[in-house]
Design a protein around this ligand. Sequence first.
Ligand code: B16
Ligand code: MG
Length: 219
Amino acid sequence: MLKGFVFDLDGVITDTAQYHYQAWKACAARIGITIDPTVNEALKGISRMESLEVILRHGHRENDFTPAEKEALATEKNNEYVGLLANMTPADILPGMQAFLEALKAADYKLALASASKNAPTILARLGLADYFDAMVDPATLTHGKPDPEIFVKGAELVGIKPSEAVGLEDAVAGIQAINAAGEFSVGIGDPTILHEADLNFAATSEVSLAAIENAFES
Ligand code: B16
Ligand code: MG
């Protein structure tokens, strides 16, 4: 029986990828690395330090910095990113998602957030959505990133439901793989040829339908 939903944040509820990109681009430029939208794609859903490693490898500078210098670079990027988040408002909720969250609450489903972002509580507050969620996984408590199932298993656990009673929503391939490995029903949002491992797919957030998810989950 379907009892709850475990949500990714970036790309599902709002588009923070543009701000991550802007902040990483400035940070990379300071160390002589140019990043383009293809590199940015590879940063979606992975942690801050993993993102930095991807950028350093892209610039062939993976051996040029000490752990302390890498921490400093990541902190600089995050300060810039947090500054950009200050401009976010409820207008930045992706199309259809507020109505979808309303429908879930009206039907009494449990809602958990499974975002890799340490800034997720700030973002939900800026969007005015914090009250919709019964629990948020703290990414600082995780041992493995997506595609490891840990974050989605924890999300279900925090709201007291079994993975088999949960739907996970994701826009990234690694996220869909994490949901599947957790034993939850996976809903992909985005290009179905890219997210072909999802149990059910919607091309965009505006297409997401609770009735369609309930039907597919039960069948
Ligand atoms: P932070 P999600 C992820 O969010 C982003 O997609 C990814 O680009 C970012 O590096 C990661 O959060 C960590 O974010 O630096 O704010 O801790 O898709 O898991 O909601
Ligand atoms: Mg995402």
